[in-house]
Design a binder for this molecule. Structure first.
Ligand SMILES: [Mn+2]
Length: 324
C-alpha cells in the first residue's frame, strides 16, 4: 500500500530542489494541464528544474497554459516524477511505462489506484489541490500561475456549473480571480472556442452517432478508417463526448475511439447527465474516474468487438436507471 501524505509532508517534498518531470493524463484537458503548469511554478519557486510531459499533443487552444510545449523529453534524467490528475497508470497512455518510476501522485479522483505515494483530496478539480498547496506555502507567484489554476478549476466544473462544485470551489475561484487574471477570456477559450479540426470532428460526430434506449444513450464510435477518411486528428476529438451529451433527452453519452498507434486499443469516455454512476460501468471495463465523467481503455481485435464489449454495459445501466 502506498503512503498517503499530509499537506505538511507534501509541502516538504515540494520544497526539495530536484529536477522534476510532471506527467499529465492522456487526452489532456485544462485540469491536468493547468495543474501541471501551476505546480511547475511552485517547484520553480523552490529552484527545481521542471518539464511537463503528456503522451498526447494538447489542443493548440491550450497554448495559454502550456506555452506550446514540445513532447520530446529525456525520461531518464529526472530526480523525481510527479503525476497530476492521473487516476491510474493506464491514464498515462503511451507513457504508462513511467508509472513505476512515479514518486508522487497529486489527484482528486475517488478511484485513484494509488500506484505511488499520493496526496489526495476529492475536490472538484486537481487544480483546487494545487491552489491549496499554494495557500499553505504562502508564497508569491506570477500571474500565469493563477491563469493555469483557474483553467483547471473552471475546466473540470464546466465553468463552476457542475454538481461537483462545492463552496470551496467558489471561494477558491474568487481568490484566483482576485489576482487580476482575465477569467472571462480563459472561459471563452475553454468553452466557446474550437479549432477548425474540432468543428469538423463535431459535425462528423453528429452524423455518425447513434441514439439508443429511446434517445437516452448517445454513442459515437470513431475508427481509424473514419478518422483518416475525414482528415480528423486525435487532438480534434478529445471532447466529442461532451458534444453528444448536450442533446436533449440524453442521460449518458459514450465515445469509443480507436487508437492511432495501437489499433487494437480503444479509448472509451463516458458522461452522465443524471445519477447514473458511469465510473462503475467503466470499472467493469478496467477503467474509472468520477460518477459523471469516466473512461476506460479496451483491447479488442476490431471495432465491432470493442463496441460489443462496451455498449451493452452502458445500455444496461441506463435501462436500470429508468426502471428505478
Ligand atoms: Mn481533473
Amino acid at each position: 500500500m502506498n503512503k498517503q501524505l499530509t499537506l505538511d509532508q507534501l509541502s516538504d517534498i515540494i520544497k526539495e530542489e530536484k529536477s522534476t518531470l510532471i506527467l499529465c493524463h492522456k487526452n489532456p484537458d485544462p485540469d491536468t494541464l493547468g495543474s501541471a503548469f501551476s505546480l511547475k511554478h511552485i517547484l520553480e519557486y523552490y529552484n527545481s528544474k521542471v518539464s511537463v510531459a503528456c503522451c498526447d499533443m494538447p489542443s493548440q487552444k491550450f497554448n495559454f497554459i502550456t506555452g506550446g510545449i514540445s513532447l520530446e523529453y529525456d525520461y531518464g534524467s529526472y530526480e523525481r516524477i510527479i503525476a497530476v490528475d492521473v487516476a491510474s497508470p493506464t491514464q498515462l497512455g503511451d507513457l504508462s511505462f513511467l508509472a513505476e518510476s512515479v514518486d508522487l501522485i497529486i489527484d482528486h479522483h475517488a478511484m485513484n489506484t494509488r500506484f505511488a505515494p499520493y496526496y489526495e483530496d476529492l475536490g472538484a478539480s486537481c487544480a483546487e489541490i494545487i491552489f491549496s498547496i499554494y495557500k499553505f506555502l504562502g508564497i508569491k507567484l506570477p500571474k500565469h500561475f493563477f491563469e493555469c489554476v483557474y483553467a483547471g478549476m473552471s475546466g473540470d466544473t464546466g465553468g463552476f456549473r457542475y454538481s461537483n462544485v462545492t463552496t470551496r470551489s467558489m471561494e477558491y475561484g474568487a481568490q484566483v480571480i482576485a489576482s487580476g487574471i482575465d477569467h472571462a477570456e480563459i472561459n471563452r477559450i475553454i468553452f466557446e472556442s474550437k479549432t477548425m479540426g474540432e468543428i469538423k470532428a463535431q459535425q462528423l460526430t453528429f452524423e455518425k452517432m447513434e441514439l439508443l434506449c429511446n434517445g437516452s444513450l448517445a454513442v459515437i464510435m470513431l475508427t481509424n478508417e473514419i478518422k483518416e477518411q475525414n482528415g480528423i486528428f486525435d487532438e480534434d476529438i478529445s471532447d466529442i463526448v461532451n458534444s453528444i451529451r448536450s442533446i436533449e433527452g440524453v442521460l449518458v453519452a459514450v465515445s469509443i475511439k480507436q487508437g492511432t498507434k495501437d489499433p487494437q486499443r480503444y479509448s472509451v469516455s463516458s458522461r452522465a447527465n443524471c445519477d447514473i454512476d458511469v465510473s462503475r460501468v467503466c470499472a467493469l471495463l478496467g477503467g474509472g474516474g468520477h460518477a459523471r465523467a469516466s473512461g476506460a481503455m479496451v483491447t479488442a481485435p476490431d471495432p465491432k468487438s470493442a463496441y460489443e464489449q462496451c455498449v451493452p454495459l452502458f445500455e444496461k445501466a441506463v435501462k436500470e436507471f429508468k426502471a428505478r
